[in-house]
Ligand binder design. Structure first.
Ligand SMILES: [Zn+2]
Length: 266
């Protein structure tokens, strides 16, 4: 955890608390919605320009958070588009001043002391780390990303291009909307298995309420299992973003900010 006591309210969860990651040369944080400068409905630590919040507020929020967590390091981020596009960052000479390294929803980085983030408000923020090779991937996976198998495609790239071994990979899935809150229309529930490759039967949870609920964690877990990631290498944070008032939730609030999963190798 950051030493500055004023910064702790900005952190919802960190790798220091993780049974899988606490002893490894990688640090991650899930930001909270507190301690920033944005007014309602983005109050207050909104980290995303792709909202209608003032860019000045977002910049000062990012600066405050990064000064507390990664004071010496640049912050890389993506123009997230709910795609399955993967960006590989290996060339330090191409580091843009504002940290924006392109449009896509997964980032592969082998550099130390470069902070990277994905922003979410119900979508899944996912870290894939290979401590043996000192390389990580950071992924933004909402319903479209999960159904387009961005997690599978990113891990497959690590396996094929970087020659990672599945047994070496560690996974952290951060807070996201869970089956308790993710009601979908009956039509989407009916169509879902046909457009989500290999959707397991338990992806759609039928409840007593009018609409069925979607369990993207079940689908992500199936994708990881198919890739032979050891179950003991997978940590799924239990928090539902829509249930937790400490996190931004698009489903709950509509117009709202974004929290982030921020990662840096040390
Ligand atoms: Zn919930």
């Amino acid at each position: 955890m950051p030493s500055n006591t004023h910064s702790t309210e900005m952190i919802f969860y960190s790798s220091a608390q993780s049974p899988l990651f606490s002893d490894l040369p990688i640090t991650f944080y899930v930001s909270s919605r507190y301690g920033g400068h944005s007014p309602k409905p983005y109050d207050s630590l909104n980290l995303a320009y792709h909202t209608h919040d003032s860019p000045t507020s977002v910049t000062s929020n990012r600066t405050k958070l990064c000064n507390a967590l990664f004071p010496q390091s640049p912050l890389l981020w993506l123009n997230q588009t709910h795609s399955d596009h993967i960006i590989e960052f290996n060339d330090l000479s191409s580091l843009p001043l504002d940290g924006l390294i392109g449009s896509g929803d997964a980032l592969i980085c082998a550099q130390k002391h470069i902070a990277c983030m994905v922003m979410v408000a119900d979508c899944n923020p996912i870290l894939v780390y290979n401590p043996r090779q000192k390389i990580f991937a950071l992924i933004h996976a909402g319903r479209a990303g999960v159904c387009n198998a961005i997690l599978t495609k990113t891990i497959t790239k690590l396996l094929n291009t970087y020659h990672s071994a599945a047994k070496d990979l560690l996974i952290f899935i951060g807070p996201s909307i869970r089956k308790c809150c993710y009601a979908i229309s009956p039509k989407l529930a009916k169509d879902f298995p046909s457009y989500a490759l290999q959707a397991p039967p338990n992806t759609i949870v039928h409840t007593n309420t009018q609409n069925p609920h979607l369990d993207l964690i079940a689908l992500l877990s199936l994708q990881l299992s198919a890739l032979k990631i050891p179950p003991e290498h997978i940590q799924i944070h239990p928090a539902c973003s829509c249930c937790s008032k400490d996190l931004f939730s698009y489903r709950r609030d509509g117009l709202t900010g974004r929290f982030a999963l921020l990662v840096m190798q040390t």
